[in-house]
Design a protein around this ligand. Structure first.
Ligand code: ASP
Ligand code: MG
Length: 496
């Protein structure tokens, strides 16, 4: 089904868990949605569960499978309090509140019944877990839509199992984009044509048989991107509780700045390296499109946030360096020996041994002399990895072709992110110059596999200074000294 021309500039706005976390937050959402609605743009709202709800549901189901219904008995009234409490503040007209109650109460009852069944069976399968965790979004969209109506906007809630078609990999489902495109147009098209605001559940979909699936924890961003792509939206805005993507982790750097614009490559790189931003998978549906993506702050809506752009829009102004991130609790494993020179297959066997222990490797380096290979793994995996390597290379160790297999001290992988650094002279110089002047020792370096990052390994006790030094460099190089500071808010970091 083709959408009519006047639906060519749809704006998808996704509100995270803290953005719908209580009546105050929801009031901000109403302001934001109302303002966009008045521009005449067709709007699709995607909502997470109220903050804390998904975890509450998940935990209760887990406990129920162990025979314990205590959490279920606590969660049921807590769910009512949360949703009806917000409704009482936001819906002055009792008829709206009553209507909402009749919509949400059956969901609470379904939660209790499913958990009782889980207790009987003594297990919770991924499929049943999805049927429980999906209830949070079903509740929040009913609440949100009722509030929009109370404020005078035509609105209707939509359960995304009618819209997003996925495979049947429960708890981590993948969308079938062709089927989703059809469904999204069929279900949402007529709503939009009537100038009604659909409020769609994030996080959930359904397999071709109609079983509810979820896209994985934090999956509402993914839902928004999937719907944006399916509807060929003009823009997707992710409303969260921070002013966009920050130049560094606020727990380490006292005054991180919001980054005005990032490429898809850069945000992917940052997500891999532990910054609290969009999961790379969640932006995948919009990467190859012209859709404008922004991350904005529900609690500071006048801030422009961060724009995520395709390569061709990447700005040339300012420095290449954009942000710094850190992966803590790593150790560097080294396989060393003079007998490794020119022997093919050593690296393959080393990494096969690591893979067999189901450990993932975060950074790899090898010197061209081929006498050592180093890589980093999570600290708690280091001993297992050492044992596996010693077993694999037993013979080489006996023959003294390999002299040493060892793991270094607690370390942190620090990554500086910025697209184009592989092809820009002086970046590595600036980075290592700054660290050197601060007396910070770099134990290993990896650059080149990605043109958007340089990673380096430093001792754990020097990691925070390393991040700060590099952050100062980024701020200075970008002339961000006087730029907008991020406005902290109490909910920061708690996006459900
Ligand atoms: N409510 C889901 C979660 O907490 C999905 C989301 O918020 O993105 O994981
Ligand atoms: Mg979220």
């Amino acid at each position: 089904m083709e959408l009519p021309g006047y639906l060519s500039d749809i704006l998808v706005m996704k509100f995270g868990g803290t953005s719908v976390g209580d009546h105050r937050a929801i009031r901000n959402v109403v302001g934001i949605v109302g303002e966009e609605f008045l521009t005449g743009r067709p709007l699709v709202v995607v909502a997470s569960a109220m903050s804390g709800v998904t975890s509450m549901l998940e935990e209760a189901a887990q406990k129920a499978s162990q025979g314990d219904l205590q959490k279920v008995h606590e969660a049921a009234p807590a769910l009512r309090d949360k949703h009806f409490g917000a409704a009482r503040e936001l819906l002055p007209d009792p008829s709206y509140a009553m209507q909402l109650q009749t919509e949400i109460e059956p969901l609470v009852a379904a939660f209790v019944e499913r958990c009782q069944a889980i207790r009987m069976l003594g297990e919770v399968t991924p499929r049943v877990m999805d049927s429980v965790t999906s209830l949070g979004e079903r509740m929040s969209v009913r609440l949100l839509s009722a509030v929009f109506k109370a404020y005078g906007f035509e609105s209707t809630w939509v359960d995304a199992d009618q819209v997003i078609v996925t495979d049947n990999q429960f708890q981590a489902a993948h969308p079938d984009m062709d089927a989703t495109r059809r469904q999204a147009r069929e279900v949402l098209g007529p709503i939009l044509e009537e100038e009604i605001i659909p409020v769609v559940t994030g996080f959930i979909g359904a397999d071709p048989e109609g079983n509810t699936t979820t896209l994985g924890r934090g999956g509402s961003d993914y839902s928004a991107a999937i719907l944006g792509a399916a509807l060929e939206a003009g823009d997707v805005w992710i409303w969260t509780d921070v002013d966009g993507v920050m130049t560094a982790d606020p727990r380490i750097v006292a005054d991180p700045r919001s980054i005005p614009s990032l490429t898809y490559r850069e945000i992917g790189e940052l997500a891999y390296f532990g910054a609290k931003v969009l999961h790379p998978k969640s932006i995948q549906p919009v990467v190859e499109t012209e859709i404008g993506l922004r991350i904005r702050n529900t609690f500071n809506p006048t801030h422009p946030g961060t724009r995520i752009v395709g390569k061709k829009y990447a700005r040339s102004r300012g420095s290449i360096l954009k942000a710094v991130a850190a992966v803590p609790s790593q150790r560097m494993v080294a396989v060393e020996g003079r007998g490794m020179l020119g022997v093919p297959g050593v690296a393959a066997r080393a990494f096969q041994a690591v893979a067999d222990t189901r450990t993932s490797v975060s950074l790899i380096t090898q010197a061209s002399s081929e006498q050592s290979i180093c890589f980093t793994v999570a600290s708690e995996r280091a001993d297992t990895v050492l044992k596996a390597l010693e077993k694999t290379f037993e013979l080489e160790i006996q023959h003294r072709d390999i002299d040493r297999i060892s793991a270094g001290p607690e370390a942190v992988v620090v990554t500086v992110v910025g697209a184009g650094m592989r092809d820009t002279p002086g970046i590595a110089g600036a980075v290592f110059g700054a660290l050197g002047s601060a007396g910070i020792n770099v134990m290993a370096i990896a650059q080149g596999s990605s043109d958007a990052s340089i990673s380096l390994v430093v001792r754990a006790d020097e990691a925070e200074s390393a991040v700060r030094v590099l952050h100062d460099l980024i701020v200075a190089e970008n002339g961000l000294e006087g730029a907008l500071r991020s406005k902290k808010n109490p909910e920061e970091g708690g996006d459900g």
